[in-house]
Design a protein around this ligand. Structure first.
Ligand code: FAD
Ligand code: MLT
Ligand code: ZN
Length: 407
């Protein structure tokens, strides 16, 4: 992590929102740049200072303020760790509509600011649908309260959406935030993840204690399906029926059904362990793309042909969302390999009308590539909005907007 000033608000303090506001007011008046930071698990460098920015770390603003069992509305501070919210809601008989591999460290404010997709989007949709309200501190220290709990409210612009996915470039998600937790309902799909055999090999070779639940025949693809239901025998019957049908139809050649929660966790460990295994394997070039599902794997194969033996090209991701994680693993970073990958990967994605960042955001690393996914006029409008809300450009400079427009 690069060095920078790190400011934390006091534990248990009731006026932390005011403190964030004061910090921003001060920084704005002195043109000091600020990086909002959550769990620092982002994958595109958005939470890392580039030069000497002040880091405003939110980890001590971690209180759950209220939970209403009738409406399923949770109000909490922006620094709450996702896993703590998941456990809290689980104990109440509710489901957090967001889950991701980094849950043990990432914070809900960071999740909202990156519009994190994760493992449950296929069932519960994106945070644009699940976040009912936000409280945000703007660059000049003004606090904007957008915490309405109404489900229907067509009185003008719904400004909270501007901040969901804005990667800390427009404001800091502060004290309160409303999430719509979901009741545990019947047998409905809650995750539909895929990995190729190379991803599985990486996990088996680099992570301790991970075992393939299937016989060691080589399959090209693996799908991890999760259902969440309130009637377990019925749920199981449904899933078994689905597996049988899919096998008879030749759609799948093998399958294993988790018999208990421990087995289910060990299946998830394989899928969630892929990023960790990639880190252990060496250098990794990461791409997070939205593509038409039927085209998704063509890119992985084309990339393999381009790079031949110089790299291990793997594909995994959130199949139900059309989100491919294309990862290219090599012994060490090499400019020659990078020029083989980029701009090819972005041009290919753009040609297929995909997105060059499905869920990880643009941060520092992808900011200049925005034009592959957004027309120039849209990017200019984004720059104008940024200018209006942060005229001195102190909030998360060099991120999200291309360098040519982020003066
Ligand atoms: P940080 O990394 O600290 O910050 C991310 C961005 O948000 C930065 O631009 C920062 O300035 C801004 N920010 C942080 N907190 C605030 C705040 N309170 N107010 C305003 N801006 C803020 N992402 C997915 O979408 N789906 C996945 O499935 C997924 N899986 C992952 C698995 C692993 C193992 C890892 C390491 C990462 C994964 N990620 C995934 C990426 C990352 O975890 C998410 O983007 C997460 O939402 C970031 O949260 P954070 O609190 O760590 O934010
Ligand atoms: C995942 O789905 O595992 C994540 O988005 C993290 C990653 O791709 O590295
Ligand atoms: Zn992902």
């Amino acid at each position: 992590m690069k060095s920078g000033w790190r400011l934390q608000t006091q534990t248990g303090c009731t006026n932390t929102k005011a403190q964030v506001s004061q910090i921003l007011k001060y920084c704005n008046s002195r043109c000091l740049a600020v990086v909002p930071q959550g769990g620092n698990t982002g994958l595109v460098g958005g939470s890392v200072p580039v030069f000497d920015e002040v880091i405003v770390n939110m980890s001590l603003m971690n209180n759950i303020i209220s939970f209403d069992k009738v409406s399923g509305i949770l109000v909490c501070e922006g620094g709450c760790i996702l896993e703590n919210l998941i456990t809290f809601l689980d104990n109440q008989g509710f489901i957090m509509p967001l889950d991701l591999g980094a849950k043990g460290s990432c914070q809900i404010g960071g999740n909202v600011s990156t519009n994190a997709g994760g493992l449950r989007l296929v069932r519960y949709g994106s945070l644009h649908g699940n976040v009912l309200g936000l409280e945000v501190v703007l660059a000049d220290g003004n606090v904007i309260d957008m915490l309405g709990t109404l489900r229907k409210d067509n009185t003008g612009y719904d400004l909270k959406h501007l901040f969901i996915g804005s990667e800390g470039s427009l404001g800091i998600v502060s004290k309160k935030l409303l999430m719509e937790a979901k009741r545990k309902l019947g047998e409905i799909l809650s995750a539909f993840e895929f990995l190729d055999s190379k991803s599985l090999d990486l996990v088996l070779n680099h992570l301790d204690g991970v075992r393939n639940p299937l016989p060691p025949t080589l399959h090209k693809f693996y799908i991890l399906i999760e259902t969440t239901g309130s009637d377990e025998p019925y749920d199981r019957q449904k899933l078994e029926g689905f597996l049988l049908h899919a096998m008879e139809a030749g759609l799948i050649s093998d399958g294993a059904l988790a018999q208990d929660i421990n087995q289910a966790s060990s299946f998830w460990r394989i899928r969630e362990g892929i990023p960790e295994a990639l880190m252990k394997a060496g250098a990794v070039y990461k791409y997070d793309l939205s593509l038409p599902v039927e085209k998704m794997y063509d890119l992985v194969e084309e990339m393999r042909t381009r790079l031949s033996d110089s790299a291990n090209v793997v594909g995994y991701g959130h199949l139900g969302d059309g989100n491919l994680h294309l990862n290219i693993s090599t012994a060490q970073y090499d400019d020659g390999i990078l020029t083989q990958i980029e701009p090819f990967v972005y041009e290919w994605t753009s040609k297929h009308r995909g997105s060059i960042s499905a869920e990880h955001g643009l941060g520092l690393m992808k900011a200049n590539e925005i034009f592959y996914s957004k027309p120039t006029a849209t990017v200019s409008l984004m720059a104008s909005i940024k200018k209006m809300l942060d005229p001195k450009g102190i909030l998360n400079p060099y991120k999200v907007l291309p360098h040519s427009l982020s003066s």
